[in-house]
Design a protein around this ligand. Structure first.
Ligand SMILES: [Zn+2]
Length: 195
């Protein structure tokens, strides 16, 4: 009987030892998990803070328009598929604005670039651009017409004063027919060639 009790005691002792070891390990694992979670939380907080700082640096504080900001307006005309770009001087009401304040003044435009030196805005319209020109000879001189969307002569926009009699026969023939030109740059360079 005594032997039996001793045996049970030993078994009980062994069981409690194993159980104790198990609980100790479990506790340690939990602690490790908690530590890892805390570490991750701090890490992600740091990442968020860094991102916030970058945003702050690039937005409102420094990124504002000034009297020297160039405004580039780009308009895409769907009817003739031309993109017309115009550089504008900044107006009083657009100075010292951040991007969202600027956007309010430029409703309906997409801001493609926003820096203190240059702002690029873009929009699409269902219209025909006004950069379709026709060079024609009228009474011995080159005259520039603006064309409408049907290629009709809308109005004379400039009399160049360039006399056609000094030009080559080919040029004179072409000018009698009329030379279509798209874009102000092209128009200027072709006129320079005739001068
Ligand atoms: Zn056009």
């Amino acid at each position: 009987m005594k032997k039996y009790i001793i045996f049970i005691l030993i078994v009980a002792l062994a069981i409690s030892f194993v159980l104790g070891l198990y609980l100790y390990k479990l506790n340690k694992i939990n602690e490790e998990i908690a530590f890892e979670a805390e570490y991750q939380r701090i890490e992600s907080q740091n990442v968020i803070k860094e991102a916030e700082n970058i945003l702050k640096e690039t937005s409102s504080i420094d990124n504002k328009t000034s009297p020297n900001t160039k405004i580039i307006e780009k308009i895409y005309y769907n009817d003739c598929e031309h993109l017309v770009q115009t550089e504008k001087k900044i107006t009083e009401s657009l100075i010292n604005k951040n991007e969202s304040e600027f956007q309010i003044e430029y409703m309906g435009w997409e801001i493609q670039k926003f820096t203190p030196s240059e702002v690029v805005v873009y929009k699409e319209v269902y219209d025909f651009c006004n950069e379709h020109f026709l060079l024609k000879e009228v009474e011995g001189e080159i005259v520039i017409y603006a064309l409408d969307k049907y290629d009709n002569e809308r109005e004379i926009i400039r009399e160049t004063g360039i006399q056609t009699k000094y030009l080559s026969e080919l040029d004179i023939d072409n000018l009698k027919e009329g030379i279509k030109v798209y874009g102000k740059k092209n128009l200027n360079s072709i006129i320079e060639d005739f001068e």
